[in-house]
Structure formats: structure tokens, C-alpha cells
Write a protein that binds this ligand. Structure first.
Ligand SMILES: [Zn+2]
Length: 348
């Protein structure tokens, strides 16, 4: 059995991933996804993220000129007075309920509707990263918040029709399922290895010095994880153990933001389009759990594509197992990404 057919252990989620690289060359007669090029205006009066626009519920966006955030008008999590919570709580083992408190934020990366992160200037992308810092610092200081989940959904393939460059935050009063797993795995690894952080131990391994390395920076590495769950998943991981984005100094933040931008450009080149992408900014939970100290910040980038016009679906096998089949060998994915020119920003 070759490395093209292998169970690989994903140590953060403590989960097996089935690498089945030949399934990527199966005849495909299923759905394809293509991007139709269309002219996108710099300002869209019907976009609720554009400067100066009146939103559906009456709020008026300021004429912002730098990254800007606001509370989502249709939030899944809202702050509620603690007294109201008691009517929304049950410990009945078959019908447990709990009050979902928190805040949902919308993060506008740029005032221009048609700007992509790949095309931002150095200062603009650093300003975006400073918003990651300020939002995490502000929300994590709220005692009612247990985890600040920051992410970007990009592209109609992941359900986003609004092209305006933006991310989101779910700051919840509970740690997510994945959050609990990732925290527990890092804590257990550190406890078993004299405090050594899991992700830095991973980076020190030989495969992350060549075969799975996409970019080596002074403070970060961009890697394809050995047990990548998506065909072209990458992680940007700091060389030093840092729990959350707000602890990076200006030199680190500059490199992080530029490496992030270069990885977005690689995806655009690889798929010859403005690539759909899920970007997960994995900051430590901010509740009182001592295990948070062992969490290391990283960015997980997960394009949903197998190639430029085919989606990777999470279908019956994934739904019935919670394991994942990855049809692309991670070493080949890393080689393909290394072959892209990250300094070339193209307009698609
Ligand atoms: Zn817009």
C-alpha cells in the first residue's frame, strides 16, 4: 500500500483521514462549478457592506476607508440579560437546552466592493490583520464569551453570494465541538511531552521542511497538513507558540498577513479563478479553562475544490463516519502550491 492509499491521523482533531489519491482520477460526470466573469462595480448601492449604504434593518454604514466591523443585523447569537437565560435552560437529559448568548460580527476587509485580498496593498492587508487583533482582543475580554470564532466564507460554492471582501465572527458563550477537540488534543500532547506544544513539534518534523512545506518565513510556515482533510488544505503556523493573534508583534503580523495573502494568490493561480475558500482563524478559546494555555494560533485555509471546476463534497461516507476521504495526496498538493507564483496578483 503506497502513500497514495493511507489512513493518516489528524492530531488536532484526533481523527483518521483516508488518503485515496486515485479517487481523484475517477471519471467524473457529476456537478461542475465554473466562475462566470462579470464586471463587478467598486461600489454597489445594493450591497449591505458598502460604505454609506442603509442596511435592511435601517443601520447606515459609515463612509469607512479602512477595515471596519459591525454587529450582524441577523445574528445567530445575541447578548441577552442573564435573568432571561433561566427560561431557556433545561438539564433534562433528553431535552437539554441552554441559552445561546454571544455576538456575531461582520468584518469588512476593504471599502471597495470589488477588491479581493489577493489584490490588496501591503498596508491594506496589514490593516486587515490589525482588525483580527482588535476584534479578538475586544471580544475575548468579555467574560460571557468562551470562544471567538473568526472566519471567512468566500465564494458561491460555500454559500456566499456577496462579493464584498469580508469575514465574520461568532463569539459564543460556549466552546465549539471542534474547539473542544483541538484544545484537548494540544493539552494532552503538552502534558505528555514536558509542555512541548503540539503544532511546533509538528513543524519540526522532516516532512514539514520539504515535502509538505509550501512557504518558509522567519516567523511562520505555510504547510499542507500530513492528514489534510481537504485536497488543498493549508495551515499557516507560527514557529513560536502563541495562543492568539493579538499577541503577535508588528513584524510577526506583517509576515503573517503577507503569507496569508500569498497563499490566497496561490489558490487563485492554481484554480485559475478567484478561488472559493473557507479561512478559519484558530484562536484559543477565552473561557477559564487552563488548557487554553496549550492552544496555538494558526490559520486553516480550506478551498472546497478538487480542481478548478470540481467541488470536494462531504457526502455519505463523511456523513456516516465523520472521517473524510481526501482524493489528493497531500505531498502532491504541496508541490502544486509551491509551483504557483505568490507574488503575482491577478484579477479574475
Ligand atoms: Zn459592497
Amino acid at each position: 500500500m503506497s502513500a497514495e492509499h493511507q489512513w493518516r491521523w489528524q492530531p488536532l482533531l484526533e481523527q483518521w483521514v483516508l488518503i485515496a489519491a486515485t479517487s481523484g482520477s475517477r471519471p467524473w460526470s457529476g456537478a461542475s462549478t465554473t466562475q462566470v466573469s462579470e464586471a463587478v462595480p467598486e461600489h454597489d448601492p445594493n450591497c449591505y457592506l458598502c460604505p454609506g449604504v442603509t442596511r435592511a434593518r435601517g443601520g447606515i454604514n459609515p463612509n469607512y476607508v479602512a477595515p471596519w466591523a459591525f454587529d450582524n443585523d441577523f445574528a445567530s447569537l445575541v447578548p441577552v440579560a442573564p435573568t432571561a437565560d433561566e427560561t431557556n435552560r433545561s438539564d433534562d437529559p433528553l431535552n437539554r437546552t441552554a441559552p445561546p448568548r454571544g455576538r456575531c460580527r461582520v468584518l469588512c476587509w476593504h471599502p471597495s466592493h470589488n477588491k479581493t485580498l489577493a489584490a490588496c496593498s501591503e498596508q491594506e492587508i496589514v490593516d486587515v490583520a490589525k482588525l483580527w487583533q482588535s476584534e479578538y482582543a475586544s471580544l475575548s475580554s468579555d467574560d460571557s464569551i468562551a470562544q471567538v470564532m473568526m472566519f471567512e466564507n468566500k465564494g458561491k460554492e460555500v454559500g456566499v453570494s456577496n462579493l464584498h471582501p469580508h469575514g465574520q465572527i461568532y463569539a459564543a458563550n460556549a466552546v465549539s465541538d471542534y474547539g473542544q477537540r483541538i484544545r484537548q488534543s494540544q493539552h494532552q500532547y503538552a502534558q505528555a511531552n514536558n509542555g512541548q506544544p503540539l503544532l511546533q513539534a509538528l513543524l519540526a518534523r522532516d516532512e514539514y521542511k520539504d515535502a509538505l512545506l509550501v512557504e518558509q518565513g522567519s516567523y511562520f510556515k505555510t504547510i499542507v497538513p500530513f492528514a489534510a482533510r481537504l485536497p488543498f488544505e493549508t495551515w499557516i503556523v507560527p514557529l513560536r507558540h502563541v495562543q492568539s493573534v493579538n499577541h503577535f508583534d508588528s513584524a510577526e503580523l506583517l509576515e503573517l498577513s503577507l503569507m496569508y495573502q500569498r497563499q490566497v494568490r496561490r489558490y487563485d493561480q492554481l484554480f485559475q479563478r478567484s478561488s472559493p475558500l473557507l479561512t478559519l482563524f484558530q484562536n484559543a478559546p477565552c473561557d477559564t479553562n487552563q488548557a487554553n494555555a496549550d492552544w496555538c494560533f494558526h490559520i486553516a485555509l480550506q478551498p472546497p475544490l478538487r480542481d478548478s471546476d470540481t467541488l470536494k463534497y462531504f457526502a455519505g461516507y463523511e456523513a456516516s463516519s465523520n472521517n473524510v476521504v481526501n482524493p489528493v495526496q497531500p505531498e502532491k498538493a504541496a508541490a502544486a502550491l509551491r509551483g504557483c507564483d505568490p507574488d503575482k496578483a491577478q484579477t479574475w
